[in-house]
Write a protein that binds this ligand. Sequence first.
Ligand code: ASP
Length: 422
Amino acid sequence: MDTAPGQPWHKKLHWRIAIAMLLGIIAGLIGGEPLADKVGWLGDLFIRLLKMIIVPLVLTSIISGVASVGAGAGLKRLFGKTLGYYVMTSLAACLVGLVMVNTIRPGVGADLVDAEVERMPDLTVIQSPVDLILDIVPENIVSAAAKPNMLSIIFFSIVLGISISSLRQRYREPLLNFFEAGFEAMMRLTGGIIRIVAPLGVFGLIVRLVGTTGLGAFKALGLYALMLVCGLTIHLFLTLPLVLRFLGGINPIVHFKNMVEPIVMAFSTSSSGATLPVTINAVENKVGVSNRVSSFVLPMGATVNMDGTALYECAGVLFIAQAMGVSLGLEQQLLVVFTALLASIGAAAVPSAGLVVIFIVLEAVNLRGPQVELIVGAMLAVDRPLDMYRTVVNVFSDSCGAAIIARSEGETGVDETVVQTS
Ligand code: ASP
C-alpha cells in the first residue's frame, strides 16, 4: 500500500510521515500556540476520517472473515482449534502488555495534556459478568452502530458471519461476495486516507502537541515506545517460541528461519494483509504446512489474529489513562484486556489499523474527549516504527498457528528443516 517499488525514498509513506513529524516539531517550536490553533484542524480532520471508517471496516472485516470459513465437521474442528489458538495467544499478548505498562508506568507524570483542562473522566464500572454480556448484545444494531458501541458491532458481526457460513450455497455466496467486496472497498478507503491525509494529519497533530506542550511530550513517548518494544520482543522471542515448542513440538529457530521473508515483508509494509501472499508461500513451501490448513488459518489470521495489535491496544490505553492521571482498577484493566482482544480482532490488516481501533478500547472505559485525542495524536507520531514491529508479531503468530494446527492434524514434515530460497 505504501508506494510502488522503485519510487524515490521521499515518496514512500513512512518517510513522508517522518518528514511531516520533523517539520511539525520545528513549526510547533517556532510557531507555538498561535500556529497550533491555525493548523491543529488538520489533525482533527485525520482523526475524524479514521473514526468515520471504523464501523463499516469492522463489520465487513469480521463478517467476511467468519463467513468464509464454511460449515462441516472437519472445518468445525479446524475452526475450533484456530479460534482457540488465536484467543490464547492474543490473550497472552494482552497480559504481557498489561504487565509491561504496570511495571514501567510510562504514562505516569507524562506531560502530554494541558493541566488546566484536565479532569477525571467517569469510568465504566461493570456490575457483574451478566451486565457485560447484556451490554455486548445490542437491542438495536443501527443504534449500536450510531453510538458506536463497538463490542455490540463485533458481536453482531461474528454471529452474522457464522449464520451466513451455514446458509445454502445459493444464499451464502452472494452475501459472502457482498461483504468481501465491501471489505475490499473499506481497505482501499483506509489505504487512501492514510496515504493522502496521514502526513498532513501528523503535521497538524505534532504542531499542536509541540506548540501547546513543548518537547517534554516526546520524552514521555520515548518511554512509551520503549515499553512497547520490550513487550513485543517478549511475545515474539519468548511466548510464541514457547508455544511453538510445547504445543506443536516445533523447533522455534527453524520456524524463524523459514519465516524470514514474511517477517521482512511485514516490517516494511506494516500490513498483515499485504504480507499475506508471502506468508502463505513461506508457510506452505518452507514450513511445509498443507494448503488445507494454511488457506484456512492464514487469511482469517491476517484479520482476526493480531497479537502485536492486542498488546499495543492494552498497553496504549493504560498508557493514556496513566498520562491523564486516571488509575484503572483490576476490573477495568480486565475490561481493557477483553476489549483489546476484540479490537485486535476487528482491526484490519493495514498500516495504522491498531491506532484506529484504539478508540474502541478507550470508549469501553469511558476515556474520551479532547485530551484523549491529543494523546492519541502524540502516539501517532511514534506509531510507524511500532506498527512495523507489531505487524511482524501479528504475522509471525499466524504462521505459528498454522504450523501448530498442521501438526495437530497429523501432518508430517512441518518445520523439519530450514528451507533455503532457490
Ligand atoms: N498494521 C497492523 C497489521 O497490519 C495492524 C495494526 O495497525 O496494528 O497487522
